[in-house]
Write a protein that binds this ligand. Sequence first.
Ligand code: ADE
Ligand code: ZN
Length: 326
Amino acid sequence: MLIEEFCRQMPKAELHVHLEGTIEPDMLLRLANRNDIALPWENEQQVREAYHFTCLQDFLTLFYNGCRVLTRADDFYDITLAYLKRAKDDNVIHAEMFLSPQSHLANRVGWNEMLDGTLAAMAAAQHDWGITSGVLLGLQRHRSEQEAIDILREAMPWRDKLLGIGLGGAEQGNPPRKFERVFRKAKSYGFYLTAHAGEEGPAEYVRESIERLGVDRIDHGNACLDDPALVAHLVESGIALTVCPLSNLRLNVESSLKEHSLNKMLKKDLKVTINSDDPAYFNGYINDNLVACQQALSLTEQQCLMLGRNSIEAAFLDTNQKNQYF
Ligand code: ADE
Ligand code: ZN
């Protein structure tokens, strides 16, 4: 079997994907039309042409704008089901998906709309295709600590249906320490914890996420390579990095796949996983990311298999669930 096909077929988990980042241009236009939301684009080609970014903030502006098309439970249902179908086709057996409640609440869309639709689609996907999934609430780091605390409180009625808490948005100038008390509270509620760190921000933010937020995983983590002691700690503790190679290219976090930090991360034995981040915006789902990395870095079958294994090991699943894939 060609190694490319091997990557596509192996069972894998996706641990870093934003549901609002999976809205393909045709879906975006369809939902805008259905909900009578004005967009600056009239057709798919115009939407695709707008998806060129120079940095994270450039992308976030479009991402938040795209969130406006989601207004009813059906909309959340449709995007979640479409993503899980696409993931299943990539042989994803389990997906952990960020949802950004603050964006929707700012658009006057309530928790019932967001979560009823999303959770119903997750149940349907599990029933129909056997794919399991979980929701991580993605807190936005450019917003206040108090707002994040309010989100945790408001999410309580759904506590047992939610997997964990993440931290995303504009990284530079918004250090993890700003959310130390929020993460402590989330931990006390039994949530799993992750934070985007070291994407545009420094290694120090990766360190702070571990030491002050107590995260179970780091999202991205590219900058950790600048701090050898931090790398040693990550290796020793087995804290996984959810790396998103095509996202990094599109947002100018990395200059090429051949030069991508992934190569160094693998050499240093960091627990790396490959993910899509916002596949509709970056034009690549999980297998596109895996295959692109395999080709650019000439990854061996053994290394590809390890990336797949890492993704399942780093998932927020219990040991019995994980063991069925090993
Ligand atoms: N929200 C969606 N995608 C993101 C990313 N790559 N970094 C930070 N916040 C995000
Ligand atoms: Zn992300």
